[in-house]
Design a protein around this ligand. Structure first.
Ligand SMILES: [Zn+2]
Length: 499
């Protein structure tokens, strides 16, 4: 005999957490039925959550299962949908049209943060025969999507697909710090390049001509590197709203910027119009990536990607498929700097200062057009640059891919120290990131032993080539800083006494 407990969705939401069922919830099948005929707002309130105790044991908590919200996106008569958590990041939807004859549209919302978090870019939907189902996503909210399904009593699976090549090995924070107990020398991978407290990535979207006429000259004046999200596609007559191709109209100027190499280019898709199917998506992401690779033939192919606000993407594949095929990462969590949002200069200052606090540290902001009557006035744009200048010594002002590479490489790095006598220590660096894509140098901070006192310290690689080091100001002047390639390598840190 099975026991059925019943509670309302409303109860759960008001308390902001799953009800406490103790250990029983660990072996519970959870179902949530939405009566489709209820008006949109009331449907949630009417939703019932069932706990069928004693069902198939799950290695997932009820809360994780509860994170996924499913509802009909359009009036669906008496059709119902039930959601079952099968495992972590794997839910089954049971659809019952209850006599409805028209296709149904289901909205699926995956938790984008918190402990129920789903990596939305790794998710795919399949039907009862394991055939991929087309999902329609918003370009800037991948965790929130719809599927259009026939009015049949059937099931679908929404789940994270495993990556064939797996992910890179990640080491613990402790393993990025090493100490040699014989000499007392210690070393650590700096949180950000050159020991800066935070990274600041300023981004410009849509290849607007004012980026060439206003933004880039100003950035060069301030000595800043920023990221330009370009739409390099040719004019496409089929898509009326995006008739122009500002990139193509100023192509030679963009090529000159790329040749100079002081700014980063990123993928904002070919035409900024989304995609109607996978073939279209392939072109929108892949064609833009190829243009940028052509502009930077000697650089890593890894690019920042933003699919564009207000765009819609129909795909049967996970977004990860595209991120792997055209090596890229999604840019999220950036402060919009259009004047229309109000008080942007103050917001930018708060954003920078907050990211300088311990534990945070990747500060992102984005602009559209710059100048009189444009998205951001030149005055506000320059005021933001002035704030960045004010904190320049604490910020790594750089491109999005540079910062992403550093973070990823650092997570995959382990340091080991072993003494080779009282005046020589060997530093072994283990780095699990793919060196073909991840080529941003890492910063190593070493604290020298007190016993080394004065005298000269040298750092050499395994071929005895000297590595340039700096001596940043520190409380006891024992800090030495140098940059290394993110690959497995050995270095000798050696003390030469002055006499
Ligand atoms: Zn855009």
């Amino acid at each position: 005999m099975r026991t059925i407990l019943r509670l309302t969705w409303q109860d759960r939401n008001q308390r902001g957490k799953e009800p406490a069922f103790g250990p029983l919830s660990l072996s519970a099948h959870k179902t949530c039925v939405y009566p489709a005929h209820a008006p949109h707002g009331r449907r949630l309130a009417h939703c019932m959550a069932f706990l069928v105790l004693g069902a198939v044991p799950l290695d997932v908590t009820a809360a994780e299962a509860g994170g996924v919200k499913v509802k009909f996106a359009e009036p669906a008569g008496s059709a119902t949908v039930a959601v079952f958590a099968l495992a972590k990041h794997n839910v089954r939807l049971d659809v019952n049209p209850n006599g409805e004859h028209e296709p149904l549209t289901l909205r699926i919302e995956l938790p984008a943060s918190g402990r129920n978090y789903w990596p939305a870019e790794d998710v795919q939907v399949v039907d009862a025969t394991e055939q991929p189902v087309s999902a329609r996503h918003n370009g800037t909210e991948w965790h929130n999507f719809t599927i259009r399904i026939p009015p049949r009593r059937t099931t679908y699976l929404v789940r994270v697909v495993a990556r064939p090549d797996g992910s890179q090995r990640v080491f613990s924070e402790k393993e990025r710090h090493a100490k040699d107990t014989v000499t007392d020398l210690s070393a650590t991978v700096a949180k950000w390049y050159d020991g800066r407290r935070a990274a600041l990535c300023i981004r410009f979207d849509d290849s607007d001509p004012t980026h060439l006429s206003k933004a880039i000259p100003a950035l060069r004046e301030y000595g800043f590197r920023a990221t330009f999200m370009i739409n390099p596609g040719m004019r496409d007559e089929r898509y009326a709203p995006r008739h122009r191709s500002p990139y193509q109209e100023h192509r030679t100027e963009w090529e000159a910027v790329a040749r100079r190499g002081d700014q980063e280019f990123a993928n904002h898709t070919s035409h900024h119009r989304g995609a109607i199917n996978d073939q279209d998506m392939e072109h929108e992401i892949g064609d833009a990536a190829r243009v940028i690779w052509g502009l930077f033939p000697n650089r890593s192919k890894l690019l920042a990607l933003n699919l564009g606000g207000g765009t819609w993407w129909e795909t049967k594949k996970s977004l990860r498929h595209y991120l792997d095929q055209w090596p890229s990462f999604l840019v999220t969590g950036s402060l919009g700097m259009d004047d229309t949002y109000g008080n942007r200069v103050a917001a930018f200052r708060r954003h920078v200062e907050r990211n300088l606090q311990p534990g945070l540290g990747w500060c992102k902001a984005h602009f559209h057009s710059i100048g009189k009557g444009r998205a951001t006035s030149e005055k506000n744009f320059r005021a933001a640059l002035d704030i960045a200048k004010e904190y320049e010594s604490e910020l790594w002002i750089t491109g999005l891919a540079d910062a992403y590479k550093y973070l990823t490489e650092r997570r995959g790095t382990k340091l080991t120290l072993s003494s080779r006598g009282p005046a020589r220590v060997q530093l072994t660096i283990l780095c699990s990131s793919n060196a073909a894509l991840y080529d941003q140098p890492l910063t190593i901070d070493a604290t020298l032993p007190k016993s080394w006192g004065t005298g000269r310290v040298t750092i050499t690689d395994s071929e005895k080539r000297p590595i340039e080091a700096s001596l940043p100001r520190s409380s006891d002047n024992r800090l030495i800083r140098f940059h290394v390639q993110p690959i497995d390598a050995e270095y000798a840190i050696e003390h030469h006494s002055s006499n």
